[in-house]
Design a protein around this ligand. Sequence first.
Ligand code: AMP
Length: 294
Amino acid sequence: MIVAHTIEQLKGALAEAKANTPNAQIGFVPTMGFLHEGHASLLAQSVQHNDISVLSIFVNPIQFGPTEDLDRYPRDEERDLALAKQHGVDIVFLPTVDVMYPQPTKTKIVVTELTGILCGASRPGHFDGVTTVVAKLFHLIQPTHAYFGMKDAQQVAVITQMVQDLNMDVEIVPCPLVRESDGLALSSRNVYLSEEQRTQALKLSEALKLTEDWLNDSTILTAGQLKDRIAHHIQSAPLADIDYVELVAFPSMLPVKDTHSLQEREEQWLIALAVRFGSTRLIDNKLLAVTKGE
Ligand code: AMP
């Protein structure tokens, strides 16, 4: 496994790997590090389906708002590199901020519409930072496949839109959301939670699981009623501070009207949650399949 810190090192490592494997399929997994089993599941897919797998670890400052957790974002380079090696990654790109942004970027990639709601509304500029850094990484690495987790479902929709709109020659592969055995969605930010916050954070995955029952409950007939039921369940945790509980069509990210019947889903729906526990903001989601009015 080669660890590249500079763009020259990355290009050198890629050139050598490609010379050894003509027409190589290149899998790419972009991350911010502090890797867990969610990241590992993306790496496993990349390694299984490609000749060369590249992992990037970069805490991208331009996707953080001024009051967000950029400075305290958790890091553990040594453990990340061990996990990457264990999963058969070929190249790890681990740049500094100066390598990625030798000067403040004057160019940004902006995906419109899909970014106007959910995390795009709560975190202004966040997705511009994400699409800009992912576009830069795609240019540098030129992957044939790139792997993104459905933990960040809106990110999957936004990146897929960018690739389509800009004719980028890469296949975006969405990967399932990975949870702890008790249901908590794995996140690097879970380390911020106190024991009490972590216990109460289980209300998110619990509420999402309970929607399976609530969809068959004759008192919950509309999208608005389902959202209220989910919010009510989460609010039973005293430390939970709801940022949003939303229902949107996926991947268009168009809001579902509160009056929309739950039984008539002509598109896949995404139940998306963002909830604060103290200064830690957690997200979780679940997809609801199309019913076609059945
Ligand atoms: P991050 O390091 O949080 O920016 O995440 C890097 C990639 O890992 C993104 O595509 C995330 O969606 C994905 N990821 C993070 N947590 C999970 C999870 N629990 N399950 C699946 N994928 C995840």
